[in-house]
Design a binder for this molecule. Structure first.
Ligand code: ZN
Ligand code: ZN
Ligand code: ZN
Length: 152
């Protein structure tokens, strides 16, 4: 379960943001990329590439795995979606390009993903990596458990 009220707004905003960013960058949000983004935004749950392919095939039966992966790469590169490494799955980002540090709360029972940021975690990560003389690029934390809706 997600805590948004009207999910349609989430989808529309995500698409609008993606379009604006693409225009600013001078890259093209093709029909296919837009469709894949919309499919990912169907909910706040994570999706697997093969599920996306199944959905896409309903629209275009010539869709093949490379079609999906190319679009996913584009969407990740531009920050519109995130890859959840531990699950090999994807989820839409509601604040593309705002920051590079986030952590994900992944519910094991309803598969909802909440994206959060924490200054505190960032500070710890920066000081810890600094001690190891490690120059960090991106911080992504994936935390699995049970969300509030599912514990109630
Ligand atoms: Zn929503
Ligand atoms: Zn994000
Ligand atoms: Zn849940």
């Amino acid at each position: 379960m997600s805590n948004c009220k009207t999910h349609k707004t989430c989808i529309n905003e995500a698409l609008k943001k993606a379009e604006t960013i693409c225009n600013e960058k001078g890259v093209k949000l093709t029909k296919l990329r837009q469709t894949v983004l919309k499919l990912i935004w169907k909910s706040h749950n994570y999706v697997k590439a093969y599920d996306l392919l199944d959905e896409l095939k309903k629209i275009d039966d010539s869709a093949k795995p490379p079609t999906i992966y190319r679009s996913l790469d584009f969407l990740i590169e531009n920050g519109f979606i995130h890859k959840i490494q531990s699950l090999n799955a994807y989820v839409g980002c509601s604040h593309p390009q705002e920051h590079k540090e986030c952590y994900f709360l992944i519910c094991d029972s309803c598969q909802n993903i909440e994206e959060c940021c924490s200054e505190q975690i960032n500070k710890v990560v920066i000081s810890t990596t600094g001690k190891n003389h490690f120059e960090l690029n991106q911080v992504t934390l994936e935390i699995s458990g049970t969300c509030q809706d599912c514990t109630n």
